[in-house]
Design a protein around this ligand. Structure first.
Ligand code: SF4
Length: 70
């Protein structure tokens, strides 16, 4: 799994950091997302998916393929 965030379109809602705190954080000043784990380990992948589904700006993309699922 590879996580991609379109930071320029993030509205700083914080849903991602709430749902998947091991994958996402937020900047202190404006709340814009910080991607902590571009390649989250298996135990954090479900929460990464949930964050992508719940992001109100739909700026989180999850990429998967056989070569990058670790
Ligand atoms: S949930 Fe989406 S809009 Fe909200 S901080 Fe995370 S990436 Fe940004």
């Amino acid at each position: 799994m590879r996580v991609e965030v379109h930071v320029d379109k993030c509205i700083g809602s914080g849903v991602c950091a709430l749902v998947a705190p091991d994958v996402f954080d937020q900047r202190d000043d404006d709340g814009v997302v910080i991607l902590i784990a571009e390649h989250p380990p298996a135990e954090h992948q479900e929460s990464a998916y949930e964050a992508a589904n719940r992001c109100p700006a739909a700026v989180i993309e999850i990429h998967t393929n056989r070569a990058a699922t670790r």
